[in-house]
Design a protein around this ligand. Structure first.
Ligand code: ATP
Length: 219
């Protein structure tokens, strides 16, 4: 086993990045003993409508959000690519970079985990990384809420001890609790669109970027 602490990855549309994402990364760093977390804004997210902000803008907002935190970095590869942003090829790329031995931890909120079977080549995720699943208000990580294929993988792979993340480079599912913040990018876009304030839901630097670039503005 590699002695280097596990590396965390947090993918998302980040349309825009908000404190729900950032607390997830920050609490994962501490709770899971990660060396760092890479935020990976999707370029063309395959499972949802086209984002409101352009990939370059969502990348710039992620960079603004991470700028004052030395434990966060931003991986631009998906955002600058015209290909659909599938996670398996991203994990393969990071694996080539860090080698086969070091633990890699894909961070997900419970809602994203529950939708996993719709992901391209989803079963291969477990060969490439561990999955650490954070609590998110409104989503219960219960086998009854999972499709049967996912429930089977969950039953086989779930570990409630974070040390599991260091025993093998990939393959476990580790649920963990984080501060409940019922913040979503959808609600932030709706607030801004309706002319309401989104202050205290996301970093001031990101709000500045949004207002300078007139993103999510009222009609
Ligand atoms: P949208 O409302 O546009 O669907 P979102 O707020 O859910 O966006 P995403 O970019 O889709 O944000 O999420 C990226 C990742 O962060 C996902 O794994 C998601 O589960 C997780 N996440 C987002 N917000 C929270 C939150 N408030 N608490 C815990 N996890 C979150």
């Amino acid at each position: 086993m590699n002695e280097l602490p596990p590396l965390g990855l947090l993918g998302g549309t980040f349309d825009p990045v908000h404190f729900g994402h950032l607390r997830l990364a920050e609490e994962a760093l501490d709770r899971l003993g990660l060396a760092g977390v890479r935020l990976i804004p999707a370029g063309v997210p395959p499972h949802r409508e086209r984002p409101h902000a352009a990939a370059a803008q969502r990348l710039a907002m992620a960079q603004a959000a991470a700028a004052d935190n030395p434990r966060l970095e931003v991986d631009a590869a998906e955002a600058v690519s015209a290909d659909p942003s599938y996670t398996v090829p991203t994990l393969e790329r990071v694996r080539r970079e860090i080698g086969p031995q070091r633990s890699l931890v894909l961070l997900l909120g419970a809602d994203a985990f529950l939708g996993l079977t719709a992901w391209h080549r989803w079963r291969e995720l477990f060969e490439l990384a561990h999955l650490a699943v954070a609590t998110r208000p409104g989503h219960v990580l219960d086998a009854d809420a999972m499709e049967s294929g996912l429930a089977v993988q969950f039953a086989v792979r779930v570990r409630h001890d974070v040390l599991a993340l260091r025993e093998t480079p990939a393959g476990c599912i580790v649920p963990f609790g984080i501060t409940a913040l019922d913040i979503s990018a959808t609600a932030i876009r709706a607030a801004l669109h309706g002319g309401a304030s989104a202050r205290y839901l996301l970093p001031a630097a990101v709000l500045d970027y949004i207002s300078r670039n007139r993103l999510y503005a009222p009609d």
